[in-house]
Design a protein around this ligand. Structure first.
Ligand code: COA
Ligand code: AMP
Length: 641
């Protein structure tokens, strides 16, 4: 593939007072001109016919007519520009005690070879590949290899159980699955292959090929004819070159939780994604080529896609892949070891990780004597950052601590204190201001703006910037209905909140049935489906209750069928086990309470919000629409203690 190597032309727009206002105004006034300028930093094999084709809004197409290859932009062009010896990826496994550094040249060689493996298995442009892997270098290689071929990857988080994996396989019908023999969790090795085999048995779609990375901690049994050993396949493969794809072609599908049990496959394109991600790495995080960017997340989540794999590599920076926890691997000093040893410039994680560290080391003893001369910022996302956590991090780390807000759907931050543009005064409780490209407003249900300072539905004026979801896989109608139909001309974020007079955004809570458990997004509806399937359960409800460590924890309520005499404790234990089997350990569903009835409105809607307030010990005004206020006393009694 012949592609011209563009200059590094990222705009010198940093640290000038008022820079954010100017960029925000430019992005709002003429989105196409704004993003066309930023698109010059990407190498295209064919330029676009139109920067923004909004004829089928909200199904906008950025850089329509253009062609590029995302893997080329992430790897090849840096090597061609003479940076092949720069470290692209650092793998630090706190479990295995292993650290590996991979240069851009070496990562390119591995990726091209693995693309050859996939190609030999029949994977080509537009085909889907499911990646079900732990935090190992090969997971990143597999993602980039798909991008290289123009194939569409769908990474599934390892903490999901076989039925969840099966439903994703059936939805995206992959030509191949890439997996590893195991992942490592504190105190246990999680065997991935039996989980995958169970999912493949369960799925209707028959996957013709599986590639298995055998890890030292456990060997997986391979099924002849279908399963291929990673190492042997690599040895036999011929490296594959980049396949140019349309800017509007899908790069990946990432499933996230919606309001029902059916997962939503968020689709991201190639062109808009590359432009937005590359720009955000400098603008939001102030990362330059060669800097070490550590997103302490998992490649199975959005943060992992954007800022472990694609963002840092598009920017020519060094990405850090950490296999471990903030605590217990071996202690609450693990993050500080990694920061120091790998000269990390920016750490991005969830507030829950900092809460876990603080709980074990409240006075920051494990930070004593540690110096991080390279460390310039801690970014927190995934849930609301509480003031105590922010203050603790500011006091002990002595770097800017940036709460920033984004979603799987948006792909990159909507609101942040953008350190690469202009460092704003911090207001605890707010992820600061809209990032250029995102025009955020708080709206009433009828689409009118609510007054400054008042809570409304947080919405973004269309068009969404490049890099945002382009649709739901197999679900254009669902995409339109879920995000755009209620508020024409806007993207409905699903979060409630407000803006203050300085334009700072406050994100208060979800307006739907999504909860955030340890920074992981879960659907209470999905958990309810599992509970409702229990033969003794007549009715159920799941709510998110406040949890000191994880932010929220799911809590189930069960109403048993008339005549059921089995022990309530036994039934509760059975539904807890069923959630672990059906959804996975990541749901962290540990408690279900049996009650006589659920509080409902006269029209039959379960009052989950009221139940959650009661469980959190908050004041509750008895809803005017409730059919029987006495039921609230039972909920109060059941949740006490
Ligand atoms: N494969 C298999 N199982 C996994 C897994 C994986 N990749 N990731 C998590 N699990 C399991 C865990 O072993 C645990 O199982 P258990 O019930 O047997 O203990 C369960 O899923 C819940 O895991 P987790 O949410 O990680 O909770 P934890 O109690 O082990 O750790 C924290 C708590 C706060 C330390 C941890 O949640 C954390 O580091 N969170 C940061 C979250 C994050 O990075 N979010 C991404 C957004 S930035
Ligand atoms: P996910 O799609 O998993 O990234 O989850 C997105 C959801 O997490 C958002 O809709 C919010 O509810 C929540 N969230 C993410 N970042 C923040 C933040 N900085 N403050 C408050 N909530 C957040």
């Amino acid at each position: 593939m012949e592609i011209s190597v563009a200059e590094d032309v990222r705009a010198p727009e940093t640290q000038v007072p008022g820079a954010l206002d100017r960029l925000q105004a430019a992005a709002s006034a003429d989105p196409a001109a704004f993003w066309a300028e930023r698109a010059e930093a990407i190498d295209w094999s064919r330029r676009w016919d139109s920067v923004l084709d909004a004829r089928r809004s909200p199904f906008n197409r950025w850089f329509a007519g253009a062609e590029l290859n995302t893997c080329f932009n992430a790897l090849d062009r840096h090597v061609r520009a003479g940076h092949g010896s720069r470290t692209a990826l650092i793998h630090d496994s706190a479990y295995a005690g292993v650290q590996t550094r991979v240069s851009y040249a070496a990562l390119l060689a591995q990726t091209a070879r693995f693309a050859g493996v996939l190609r030999a298995l029949g994977v080509g442009r537009g085909d889907r590949v499911v990646i079900y892997m732990p935090m190992v270098i090969e997971a990143v290689v597999a993602m980039l290899a798909c991008a290289r071929l123009g194939a569409v990857h769908s990474v599934v988080f390892g903490g999901f159980a076989a039925p969840e994996l099966a439903s994703r396989i059936d939805d995206c019908t992959p030509k191949a699955v890439v997996t590893a023999s195991c992942g490592i969790e504190p105190n246990r090795v999680v065997e991935y292959k039996p989980l995958l085999d169970a999912a493949l048995d369960r799925a209707t779609h028959k996957v013709p090929a599986v590639v298995v990375l055998q890890r030292a901690q456990c060997a997986a049994a391979l099924q002849a004819g279908r399963d291929h050993d990673w190492l042997a396949s690599m040895a036999a493969a011929t490296p594959a070159d980049c396949v140019p794809v349309a800017a509007t072609d899908p790069l990946y599908i990432l499933y996230t939780s919606g309001t029902t049990g059916q997962p939503k496959g968020i689709v991201r394109d190639n062109g808009g994604h590359a432009v937005a991600l590359l720009w955000s790495v400098k603008a939001v995080y102030d990362i330059d080529p060669g800097d070490v960017f550590w997103a302490a997340s998992d490649i199975g989540w959005q943060v992992g896609h954007s800022y472990i794999t694609y963002g840092p590599l598009l920017a020519g920076a060094t990405a850090l892949l950490y296999e471990g926890k903030p605590v217990g691997t071996p202690d609450a000093g693990a993050f500080w070891r990694v920061l120091a040893e790998h000269r990390v410039k920016v750490l991005l994680t969830a507030p829950t990780a900092i809460r876990a560290i603080r709980r074990e080391d409240p006075d920051g003893q494990l930070l004593r004597g540690k110096h991080f001369p390279h460390f310039k910022g801690l970014f927190l996302a995934g849930e609301r950052s509480d003031a105590d956590t922010l203050r603790w991090a500011e006091t002990h780390l002595r770097v800017p601590v940036v709460d920033h807000w984004w979603q799987t759907e948006t792909g990159w931050p909507i609101a942040a204190n953008p350190l690469g543009i202009e460092r704003l005064p911090v207001k605890h409780g707010s992820p600061s201001r809209a990032v250029p490209g995102w025009d955020i407003h708080a709206l009433a249900a009828d689409g009118s703006e609510v007054p400054t300072g008042e809570t409304g539905l947080l919405a973004v004026r269309l068009p969404l910037p490049p890099g945002a979801a382009t649709t739901i896989w197999n679900g254009d109608e669902r995409f339109d209905r879920a995000y755009f139909r209620d508020l024409p001309g806007w993207y409905k974020t699903g979060d409630a909140g407000c803006l203050d007079a300085d334009g700072y955004v406050y994100v208060m809570s979800r307006v739907d049935d999504v909860i955030n458990v340890a920074g992981h997004r879960l659907s209470t509806g999905a958990i309810e489906e599992v509970l409702a399937a229990h033969p003794d359960v007549a009715e159920c409800a799941v709510i998110g209750v406040a949890d000191e460590l994880k932010g929220q924890a799911p809590l189930g309520f069960l109403v048993l069928k008339r005549g059921v005499t089995r022990s309530r404790e036994l039934i509760a234990a059975e539904v807890v086990a069923a959630v672990r089997d059906r959804i996975g350990p990541v749901a962290a569903f540990r408690q279900a309470l049996v009650v006589e009835r659920l509080p409902k409105t006269r029209s039959g809607k379960i009052l989950r919000g009221t139940m959650a307030r009661i469980a959190d010990g908050l004041e509750v005004a008895v809803p005017a629409t409730i059919d029987d206020p006495a039921i609230l006393d039972e909920i109060r009694a059941a949740t006490r203690g």
